[in-house]
Ligand binder design. Structure first.
Ligand SMILES: [Zn+2]
Ligand SMILES: [Zn+2]
Length: 179
């Protein structure tokens, strides 16, 4: 059933780049949140959290430590008072393909929520790895801000993800499959 009123309300506030809504999350959103010191980000990062990674040096691969189980869009700069350099990124969201006849569903017995690929090198449309059909795309409100200091980074995360955590072994599986 199509609820016209609800759909027109949802796209009311500030329309940003390409009609995308620009959300501003104020720094005081994390005022009450405990800072957790970690070696690296958790795979299932979610909700309102602050993570601090200390002891960074040239020998440590900071990007690797900032990897989690979410798929982030390209990050962009933002200004926070009292912070030297802050970048933020929104979650890419996820895809779902629910068709009983998809070979993925038949092989694994579950709906495909993680195995997608580009249709071809030229056509970058995302399709189901099992059947090559177009999935349904689910947007995700997850966002993270990364504040860089000389020897540490602090990650401010907000939003409850609607996307599934991409497990490391699934990432590896993809690599194997492409060999
Ligand atoms: Zn499929
Ligand atoms: Zn997400």
């Amino acid at each position: 059933m199509l609820d016209v009123r609800a759909s027109s309300e949802s796209d009311s506030p500030v329309a940003g780049y390409k009609g995308r809504r620009v959300r501003k999350v104020p720094l005081d959103h994390w005022d009450e949140v405990e800072r957790e010191t970690v070696e690296r980000l958790p795979e299932d990062i979610d909700g309102t959290k602050v993570y601090v990674i200390n002891g960074l040096s040239k020998n440590k691969d900071t990007l690797q430590l900032l990897k989690d189980g979410r798929r982030w869009k390209k990050n962009g700069p933002t200004n926070w008072q009292g912070h030297k350099r802050v970048r933020y990124a929104d979650c890419k969201g996820s895809s779902i393909y629910e068709n009983e006849n998809c070979p993925y569903k038949q092989q694994y017995g579950i709906i495909n929520r993680t195995q997608f690929e580009k249709r071809s090198r030229k056509d970058t449309t995302t399709v189901c790895k099992g059947c090559g059909n177009l999935p349904k795309v689910i947007s995700c409100p997850g966002r993270r801000y990364i504040s860089y200091e000389r020897k540490s980074v602090t990650v401010y995360h907000c939003g409850e993800h609607t996307c599934p955590v991409v497990k490391k072994f699934e990432k590896k599986l993809n690599v194997l499959k492409n060999w």
